[in-house]
Design a protein around this ligand. Structure first.
Ligand SMILES: NC(=O)N[C@@H](CC(=O)O)C(=O)O
Ligand SMILES: [Zn+2]
Ligand SMILES: [Zn+2]
Length: 439
């Protein structure tokens, strides 16, 4: 038996109240609520949110434990306010069998800091040639529902069609890394002014948009669920708007870095800004923010992509693409989607996100897409106690060496961002208290 009372918390930014958690469940929400023998946690003025859910995390285990492990990535996630993360399949070995997804699932359970939900590969070895054993992964102890070759695009349209047909049977979803490989050979940076100036091979917006256009049509034809990873262009937003208006079962995510950063940062030639898809233009950033507010882009997903110093701190063309995201996602979303300087203020300009909108895009909706019934539920009596407490008034300067990840490749080094995760509860157990991981 364990009980906690979180005193003075503001659920989704509303008036202060007390939240009682007993044996993993929220049992009471009311001012003055209490439970015998409960541990009191001072949450005065903190915003209580349903625990965040990340649809797109690279945990690197098995295979690249020098960059991240399930445990170190789980710790970063908990510190970022997450209670569930979906672990991408581009590990070594690839998560393309029941054996590997069960291994990742168990490592997550043993670490005990967040729910780790494995994503299965669509094709054997991410090679894009033969379908992986999707059914066996779905039936495994890991109960996989999201399949993705992320890192690679499922570029063969016939294979994509068959994958969509296959997962439809168990209401699975294919998460597509939309990148027509024939248009991005050797690409380093968004194709535009900066790629021309810096003499780096461009990654054109159309390489993303062409695959999204094709795949929403395939999803419509098959009647299956499609999810688009890390949408990065204004043109992609237009295609998604069209597809949704047509009733196609498509959802999409945007990363925090595509909401904040642009290709102009490449001027430094610092590969910390190298990522796939690449950072785009101001106009793309503006379109992505508007699309997230509007709901055309459904969720924020981190695409947390840890890389070692050897893989990252080298010349731009040789550096691996990808950046850390779990511990900075909420601050970046507050910075970009709340009115500047008003994080925590109650009145927000229309068209932007308030706390409820943020909870929808970072917790409830990703939980629904992933089929995680225990997550994405507001703190209310009867709900599993997966929640996070945020100090919206705090401002934190990002220090790469202080992050819990096994890697340091954050693009926000030295930046001061709003919001601090003070506590996170996973199934009623604190994984973070006073901003510190409990394990
Ligand atoms: N985003 C990246 O730049 N890199 C990801 C792969 C991916 O998400 O496509 C990685 O695994 O490092
Ligand atoms: Zn990707
Ligand atoms: Zn990824």
């Amino acid at each position: 038996m364990s009980s906690f009372v979180l005193t003075g918390a503001r659920i989704l930014g509303t008036e202060k109240t007390d939240i009682v958690i007993t044996d993993g469940v929220v049992t009471e929400v009311a001012p003055g609520a209490d439970a015998p023998g409960a541990t009191r946690i001072d949450a005065d003025g903190l915003v209580a949110l349903p625990g965040l859910v990340d649809l797109h995390t690279h945990l690197r285990e098995p295979g690249r434990e020098d960059a991240e492990t399930v445990e170190s990535g789980s710790r970063a996630a908990a510190l970022g306010g997450y209670t569930a993360v979906c672990a991408m399949a581009n590990t070594d070995p690839v998560a393309d069998t029941a054996g590997v997804v069960e291994q990742v699932y168990r490592l997550g359970r043993d670490a005990g800091l967040v729910h780790v939900q494995p994503i299965g590969a669509v094709t054997v070895g991410l090679a894009g040639e033969r379908l992986a054993e999707l059914g066996a992964m779905a039936d495994s102890a890991a109960a996989v529902r999201i399949f993705s070759d992320d890192g690679n695009c499922v570029s063969d349209p016939r294979l994509m069609r068959r994958a969509l047909e296959y997962v439809k049977a168990f209401d699975g979803v294919i998460a597509q890394h939309a990148e027509e490989p024939r248009l991005t050979a050797g690409a380093q940076l968004h194709e535009g002014e900066w790629s021309a100036r810096l003499g780096l091979t461009g990654w054109p917006a159309v390489a993303e948009e062409a695959i999204i256009a094709r795949d929403v049509l395939l999803a419509e034809h098959v009647g299956a669920r499609l999810h688009i990873c890390h949408v990065s262009t204004a043109g992609s937003v237009e295609i998604l708007r069209w597809a949704k208006a047509r009733g196609i079962r498509v959802t999409a995510e945007v990363t925090p870095h595509h909401l904040l950063l642009t290709d102009a940062l490449a001027e430094s030639y610092d590969p910390v800004f190298k990522v796939n898809p690449p950072l785009r233009t101001d106009a793309d950033v503006a379109a992505l923010r508007a699309a997230l507010a509007e709901g055309v882009v459904d969720v924020v997903a981190t695409d947390h992509a840890p890389h070692t110093v050897e893989d990252k701190e080298c010349e731009w063309p040789y550096a691996r693409p990808g950046m850390l995201g779990l511990q900075t996602a909420l601050p970046v979303v507050l910075d970009t989607m709340f009115e500047p300087g008003s994080a925590g203020a109650v009145d927000l300009a229309p068209g932007r996100l308030d706390w409820d909108g943020l909870a929808e895009r970072m917790s409830r909706r990703p939980a629904r897409i992933a089929g995680l019934a225990e997550h994405g539920r507001d703190p209310a009596p009867g709900a599993p106690a997966n929640l996070t407490l945020v100090d919206p008034a705090a401002r934190v300067t990002v220090e790469p060496g202080e992050l819990a990840s096994g890697s340091r490749n954050t693009p926000y080094s030295g930046r001061t961002l709003p919001g601090r995760v003070v506590a996170t509860f996973l199934a009623g157990t604190p994984t973070v208290l006073d901003g510190k991981a409990q394990q």
